[in-house]
Design a protein around this ligand. Structure first.
Ligand code: PLP
Length: 365
């Protein structure tokens, strides 16, 4: 039968729309937004200056290939700029990869508490998201490998993962890669790579450089503090770069983002300050919240996952309401299948101390 109105392709209406972290607390004068893993230090002053400088020429289209930015990224990480594609946030690149590599009936695997954009991008491409169980809130390589079928085309792994903050060591990433058929694309989403302080971690650069079916995605939204500009990049094998360049919007990255991104990536002192701040306060929050009797999943990123008891008056939802009234905005993570937890981004010293104090009050300690 002919439909009486235009119909989206199958899968589109199965998508649960992404709900971003709250950013306001009604009636509270001072709000601390700790719900979207943004940096409390803001961007580099040089990035702000570069952003302002290009405002004189907003009538011109951007450089569609973002060449100067790709060169700056290449210089910072020792990569060939021709193997880099920039996007309007790494969201853009994740969606472009899905669009280029998935078709109706294909399968894409992600972990139970994996980033929500993976199932969205998969369904939007007409494919089926397949969920691999995790172990201790951590990506389980064996579980992913067990989900592989002849229909699998993509595996998405956030390393570290959001919202759990856990990571898998490079040996495990390599084992995952070795277990995948050559026609499956392994997407390593390293949005939080800059924060990780572990000897056994590798963001994906090495694996991309030595294989034909691995891509790494990165973002300027986190440690570089440029989330508002929507800027991300991927590094991949030449054929993958070619495919993504064919499907992306011709001007998917704007001029202010390019200018600010170049300045941000060159300001390594600012990145170092942000990393040091995070290392210090991540440890402090984990310890202090733990002392209150709440479980905190060990995190290597710029946020912590706090688990609450399933007990009336003490649930994650109750805690969220209590904190929001005090202007402390954390993230409910029910959509990530974590109804008893809240995710908190590492904030300023003031925000971190206020959250711990408020949680103590909430728990009657
Ligand atoms: C794991 C992960 N990947 C990708 C992104 C998207 O970042 P972007 O702002 O670059 O689109 C996020 C943002 O929260 C994330 O947590």
């Amino acid at each position: 039968m002919t439909a009486t109105r235009p119909q989206p392709r199958p899968g589109v209406l199965d998508i649960a729309p992404y709900v971003p972290g709250k950013s306001s607390a009604p009636g509270v004068a001072k709000v601390f937004k700790l719900s979207s893993n943004e940096t409390p230090l803001g961007p580099s002053e040089r990035a702000i200056a570069a952003y302002r400088a290009v405002s004189a020429h907003l009538e011109d289209y951007p450089d569609g290939s973002a060449q100067a930015l790709r060169e700056a990224i290449g210089e910072a990480f020792g990569l060939d700029p021709d193997r880099i594609v920039c996007g309007a946030g790494s969201d853009d690149l994740l969606n472009l990869l899905a669009r280029a590599y998935l078709k109706d009936g294909d399968e894409a695997i992600h972990a139970t508490h994996g980033f929500l954009v993976y199932p969205i991008a998969t369904l939007a491409a007409g494919a089926k998201p397949v969920v691999a169980p995790e172990t201790n809130y951590t990506v389980d390589v064996d579980a992913i490998l067990q989900c592989v079928t002849p229909k699998t085309r993509v595996v998405f792994v956030a390393n570290p993962n959001n919202p759990t903050g856990t990571y898998i060591p490079f040996d495990e990433v390599k084992r995952l890669h070795r277990g995948l058929p050559a026609n499956v694309l392994l997407v390593l989403d390293a949005a939080y790579a800059e924060y990780v302080q572990r000897n056994d971690y590798e963001s994906g650069i090495e694996l991309v450089a030595t294989s034909e079916n691995v891509v790494m995605c990165r973002t300027f939204s986190k440690i570089y503090g440029l989330a508002a500009l929507r800027l991300g990049w991927m590094y991949g094998p030449a054929p993958v770069v070619d495919a993504v360049n064919r499907v992306r919007g011709p001007f998917n990255v704007n001029t202010p983002a390019i200018a600010a991104g170049i300045a941000a990536i060159r300001d390594s002192a600012h990145v170092e300050r942000a990393r040091e701040h995070n290392t210090r306060w991540l440890a402090w929050l984990t310890e202090e919240i733990g002392k209150l009797g709440l479980k905190v999943t060990p995190s290597v990123a710029n946020f912590v996952l706090i688990h609450f008891p399933d007990e009336k008056g003490r649930t994650a939802k109750d805690a969220d309401a209590f904190l929001t009234k005090r202007g402390l905005i954390l993230r409910q993570v029910t959509a990530y299948k974590l109804p008893n937890a809240l995710r908190m981004s590492v904030g300023t010293e003031e925000a971190n101390r206020l959250v711990v104090k408020a949680l103590a009050e909430f728990l009657g300690k």
